[in-house]
Write a protein that binds this ligand. Sequence first.
Ligand code: DQA
Length: 144
Amino acid sequence: MILVLNGPNLRRLGTREPDVYGAETFDDLAELCRTTGEKLGEQVEVRQTDDEAELVGWLHEAADRRLPVVLNPAAFTHYSYAVRDAIAQRTAPLVEVHISNPAAREEFRHTSVVAAVATGTIAGFGLQSYVLALHAIAEMNSEK
Ligand code: DQA
């Protein structure tokens, strides 16, 4: 089982700044992740929250259950040391993903406080960032 965790504002995909994040909705994203999981033979559970405490709780759950995670921390990426410290407790791979390429955007998005504790980062490929991350995790699982 792979958890796909999403931070603030991501449930508004489709209506939120479509020029940056595309026209597809959060439900489309969830479906894409689940069908990718089916192809890879992995069960995928997709969640979203606007609440930092809830996201920290899910990361604790992933650590305790030794579950790999695909995480789009959204704006928390840039300033949440609480999310960073929760990721540092991970017991399985965690891939940081972004739909857009934060390095090509405003200055404040150039800093990720979580990147150093993630297994790796995939950014800038639209919703395909999640597909690539799921493939990376499936690949790491098969190497075990
Ligand atoms: C994002 C990029 C972040 O800078 C932003 O705050 C988001 C979405 C992305 O997926 O491109 O909410 O994580």
